[in-house]
Structures are given as C-alpha cells and as structure tokens.
Design a protein around this ligand. Structure first.
Ligand code: MF3
Ligand code: CO
Ligand code: CO
Length: 272
C-alpha cells in the first residue's frame, strides 16, 4: 500500500516539472472513499429498480417516483431535488435531449424512445452519481448503435483513467471512438469530481489530448459521463425550464455515467 506521504512526494515532483496536479482535497481519505462507496451502492440499487420497472406507457414522472421512493427506502436522499432549483429527484433525458431533462407526468415513454436516467445519491454526507440509457420497445438500429457505442465510449474512458496518467487521456479515448463512428462529443458538459459535493473539481472533458491536463493520482474520485450526439455537437438549453440541454439539429444524443476511484493500479467503478 502506497502511503499518502509517498503519493504527495510524487505529486510534488510532477508539479516541479510543470505538470498540472490535483489539489489536496481532490485526494479522498479511506474514510471518505468508504462513504462514497456506500452512497454509490445505493445509487446502483436505485438504477437497478428503474431498470426493473421502466416500460413503454410510463411517464418520466413515474421514473421520478421510482427514484424518489427507492432512494428514501435506503435511507438516502435524491441529490438533484432542489439542487440549484432543480424541481425533481432525477434527470430523464429522451432522444434529442442531451442531459438535465426534467421528469414530467405529461411526457410518456413511447415505443422506440431512448432515455437517459441520471441518478445522484446523497447518503450520510457523501455522493454517488451514475446514469444509464434505456431503450423502449423496438428502437431503430441507428439509435441502438448510438446507445451501445456511447456505452463503449464510457468503458474506454474508464479504462484510460489510470494513476500517473492525465485527464486528457480520458477525453482522447472517448472522442476517438465517437468520431470513428461519425458521432460528435458534447463539450459544454463533462464529468466532475464527486464525493463531498455533487459537483467538485476537476472538470473531466470528454474531448482531449493524451498526456495533457491534470495528473491523475490514487484516491481521486470523479465521474466520466460522455454525451455523444448522432449529428452535430451544438446544443441549446430549453428556455421553458432553463435546464434541459437539447441537440440543435434535433438528432438523438446518448449518455452513460459512472463514478470511479483512481487506485494504485488502475481504477475501480464505484457505481456497479
Ligand atoms: N447527475 C448530473 C451529473 O451527472 C447532475 C444533475 S444536476 C441536476 O452531473 F440538478 F440537474 F439534477
Ligand atoms: Co449524473
Ligand atoms: Co455527474
């Protein structure tokens, strides 16, 4: 087990060479990691409950009810509720919605829809954050491919997140695969440190260059959450609610998210 003093010494060496390095509070203590792990476990249970029940004909507000009730049943709190004025317990983003869709009793899941369900869980002082895509009924092959390639973008991003590598490696891995399939990558939103707050530093861009950006160090906890568009990357925020990001060209967008921990040897997905 590498101890903290050793890690800090190594960080100082990188800093002296001019590399961007994490601040002290970006490196979680074992106690904090245990807390984030517990919140993340509940997060997974909540998404599993959604996976179990989601179906055509249900409203996005029904998803909100599942998330709210399941979260409370575990003694946790749905972090989005009242976060900067967000009115619901979960984000539900359908088809051309990129992220921050607001559950609505009038929005009914239809055959062929793809929907992102993004759950953030607060438990005993700590946060876990993850999202999945769900495909409703018979989804056309193009949309299905977008969903599956985006999942693979997340997997490759996670795999590239290693100690003594760089944040830019993550965006490089994600965007290489997306672009290979003719898709575009959303730049305005990205992953983020998570744990003691829902959103912490650093920002994790899903576009990037290998060997650039902040050094990754054991004990860092952050999300990777690529938003991949079938068409152009441009977006607007729905003026009706000031939250929901939508593709400018109206083409579909997909997203998957995990909370991960950088370990001594690689990384661990906490939201499994
Ligand atoms: N879960 C989202 C994320 O991945 C944040 C949701 S903020 C909310 O960062 F207010 F919209 F809920
Ligand atoms: Co999220
Ligand atoms: Co997030």
């Amino acid at each position: 087990m590498t101890d903290l003093a050793e890690i800090e010494e190594k960080i100082a060496e990188y800093a002296a060479k001019g590399y961007e390095v994490p601040s002290k509070d970006m490196i979680k203590t074992p106690e904090q990691i245990a807390g984030i792990r517990a919140a993340s476990k509940i997060n997974t249970a909540v998404l599993d409950a959604v996976a179990d029940k989601i179906k055509v004909g249900m409203s996005t507000d029904d998803i909100n009810t599942i998330v709210y009730e399941c979260t409370l049943s575990h003694g946790a709190i749905p972090a989005p509720l009242n976060y900067e004025g967000f009115p619901k317990s979960v984000c539900t983003s359908i088809n051309e919605e990129i992220c921050h869709g607001i559950p609505d009793p009038n929005v009914i899941l239809k055959n062929g829809d793809i929907v992102n369900v993004d759950v953030t869980t607060f438990y005993k002082g700590f946060y876990g954050d993850a999202s999945r895509m769900f495909m409703l009924g018979k989804v056309n092959p193009q949309k299905k491919n977008l969903v599956l390639i985006t999942k693979e973008c997340l997997r490759r991003g996670v795999e590239s997140a290693k100690p003594w590598r760089f944040i830019g490696d993550i965006g490089a891995a994600v965007s290489a695969l997306a672009h290979k399939h003719g898709y575009s990558v959303v730049k305005e939103f990205g992953g983020h440190g998570v744990g003691l707050e829902m959103h912490e530093e650093p920002f994790i861009s899903h576009v990037g260059k290998k060997n650039t950006g902040m050094l990754l160090v054991p004990g860092m906890v952050f999300t990777i959450e690529p938003m991949i568009n079938m068409g152009r990357p441009d977006l607007y925020v729905d003026s009706a609610n000031d939250w929901t990001a939508v593709t400018e060209d109206g083409k579909p967008s997909a997203q998957w998210e995990h909370t991960i921990l950088i370990t001594e040897n690689g990384q661990e997905i906490l939201t499994y």
